[in-house]
Every structure is written in structure tokens, then in C-alpha cells.
Design a protein around this ligand. Structure first.
Ligand SMILES: C[S@@+](CC[C@H](N)C(=O)[O-])C[C@H]1O[C@@H](n2cnc3c(N)ncnc32)[C@H](O)[C@@H]1O
Length: 283
């Protein structure tokens, strides 16, 4: 009997090389499922044939990247989490800053997709800070998917994409552009979008709150554990880490972070003596 070669391992390797996607750190199940979506659409039944197509077609590489990254998102996703951020976390951060004399809040939306999450944060910050003009809020928003990032930078959304945004927020923080709505300039200026791979790129430092929600679900166990420790290093003492509603802290990081709100998956780095990273750096 002639054994048929399984081309999946080769395909996985090629995805890293030619699609620029760190496939070895994602669960195999996830990769197989996502690749199958493209193969079905193309009516291709073997990995070998799909691999050939991937090697010669730039368009297919772009399409595969799109399905691999799963960009589903929305404004104020899991509103109850944002309620806790508004009611407890932001006031806590502001108090903390007042005690240290700093007036800059540095937030990071890691895996920001098309921008709904960082802009929700910007809206929340504006609401909490009200007329206080002594505070500056900088939001770093990163993702590996360039198409999503381009949409995020434009900040233009359809009416349907604004489901979940309060009417008064739409009035205050969006401007009409024909049938669409654009985030106002003041909020756009609070957010810096950048392509950064959570797996292989440099992490930010001196961050006060990291939101990494619905991003790591498909990452391998080892990678998740390493990433949580990286986040710990990225945070200022007293800083917060917010995961997705179904995600849990794991590995060494469980001993380092304190649970702040179990239901909303909010964790906190203990406030300690200022670390060398306490002062804002250039990013
Ligand atoms: C389902 S969306 C989540 C968006 C938003 N955080 C939310 O909860 O609504 C997941 C995002 O993570 C991004 N992503 C996946 N792997 C990544 C990586 N290694 N580095 C950075 N972003 C990544 C995807 O491109 C996608 O935009």
C-alpha cells in the first residue's frame, strides 16, 4: 500500500513563510478549519493543490490571511465589561495617576481588528474624564491584519456596525458621511494604529490597561502563557489586563496577577514601587 503524504505540515510551514502568519503558534485544529473554508470556496480537495495555488496567487494569500485572522468585532462588545471599566477601572486608574503625579493614561488594544474596541475605549475615556483637560489619553491599537487596520484608521462605519452604540454617543462622537458615520477627529487622534504581531513583535511598555479580548483563543497553550507574562511586563504597577469573556489567565501569570473582576476577566498587576518603565516612553 502506498502511503499518501499529508501535506498539511508543509502547508503550515508555507503559511508562515509566504503569508507572513506565525502559523506554528496557532492550534492545528483552528488552522485546518480556517484553511478548509478557503478550500471549500475554491472547490479544492487536497492540501497539495491548495499549496500550489497559494504559492502563485497573491490574491489567495490575502484571502487566506483574512480567514485566518477572524476579525469579528463590535463597539462595546460585552457591554457589561465596559460598565465595569467605566464604573471601577477608569476611576481607579485616574486616582492612581493623580497619586503618581502623571496625567497621561496609556491604553493598549491588542488585536483591535477594525477599530471598534479602541474607539469604544476612547469614547469611555472621554465620558469618564468629562471636562477634565489635565489628562491625556493615548490608545495604542495593534493587529496583524492590514485590511482591518486600514478600516480602523479611516474610522468609518455603517449604521448596522453602530448597533450597540448609545444614541447620545452617536450624536456626540460620530459625524454623518452620507449613509455612514465617522468617528470624530478628536477621538481618532487619541488612537494610534499599528501593525504588530503579538507573537513576534516588540511589546509596549508603561501601559496602564491592556485589552486583549477574543484574540488568543486560537493560540497554543505555551504561547498564551508566554504572552500573559509579556503583558505583565508591559503594564505599569497597578495596571489592568482585560481578557475576553470566555478566556482565562493561565500559567505563571496566574501567580503574578491579582483577580480584579472574575466575571469580566479583569486582572491587575499589583501596585508596587515604580518600575523603570513607569515613565511614558516613545513608542
Ligand atoms: C475576533 S477579533 C477581536 C477584536 C476585538 N479585540 C474584540 O474583542 O472585539 C481578533 C483579532 O485578533 C487579530 N490577531 C490574531 N492573531 C494576532 C496576532 N498574532 N497578533 C496581533 N493580532 C492578532 C486578528 O487579526 C483579529 O483582528
Amino acid at each position: 500500500m502506498i502511503a499518501t503524504q499529508d501535506y498539511f505540515p508543509l502547508l503550515r510551514k508555507k503559511i508562515k513563510e509566504i503569508v507572513n502568519f506565525n502559523s506554528e503558534y496557532y492550534e492545528e485544529k483552528h488552522l485546518r478549519r480556517r484553511v478548509a473554508i478557503r478550500m471549500r470556496a475554491l472547490d479544492i480537495s487536497s492540501y497539495r493543490e491548495y499549496l500550489r495555488l497559494l504559492e502563485r496567487s497573491e490574491d489567495e494569500r490575502r484571502k487566506l490571511m483574512k480567514v485566518l485572522t477572524v476579525n469579528v468585532t463590535e463597539f462595546f462588545r460585552n457591554p457589561e465589561t465596559y460598565d465595569v471599566l467605566r464604573r471601577d477601572v477608569f476611576p481607579e486608574l485616574i486616582r492612581m495617576k493623580e497619586n503618581t503625579g502623571s496625567r497621561v493614561l496609556r491604553l493598549w488594544s491588542a488585536g483591535c481588528a477594525s477599530g471598534e474596541e479602541p474607539y469604544s475605549l476612547a469614547i469611555l475615556a472621554k465620558e469618564v474624564l468629562g471636562k477634565r483637560e489635565d489628562f491625556r489619553v493615548r490608545i495604542m491599537a495593534t493587529d496583524i491584519d492590514n485590511e482591518s487596520l486600514n478600516k480602523a484608521k479611516r474610522g468609518v462605519y455603517s449604521r448596522r456596525e453602530l448597533t450597540g452604540v448609545r444614541r447620545d454617543y452617536i450624536k456626540k462622537y460620530f459625524e454623518r458621511m452620507g449613509e455612514s458615520y465617522r468617528i470624530i477627529e478628536e477621538l481618532r487622534e487619541m488612537v494610534t494604529f499599528e501593525r504588530r504581531d503579538l507573537i513576534s513583535d516588540r511589546k509596549y511598555r508603561a501601559i496602564d490597561m491592556i485589552l486583549c479580548r477574543n484574540v488568543i483563543i486560537y493560540f497554543s497553550k505555551e504561547l498564551k502563557e508566554r504572552l500573559f507574562l509579556d503583558f505583565y511586563e508591559s503594564l505599569n504597577p497597578g495596571g489592568f489586563l482585560v481578557l475576553g469573556k470566555t478566556e482565562n489567565l493561565s500559567g505563571e501569570a496566574r501567580k503574578k496577577f491579582k483577580i480584579y473582576n472574575n466575571v469580566e476577566r479583569i486582572y491587575r498587576k499589583e501596585a508596587g514601587p515604580p518600575s523603570p518603565h513607569t515613565f511614558p516612553r516613545r513608542y
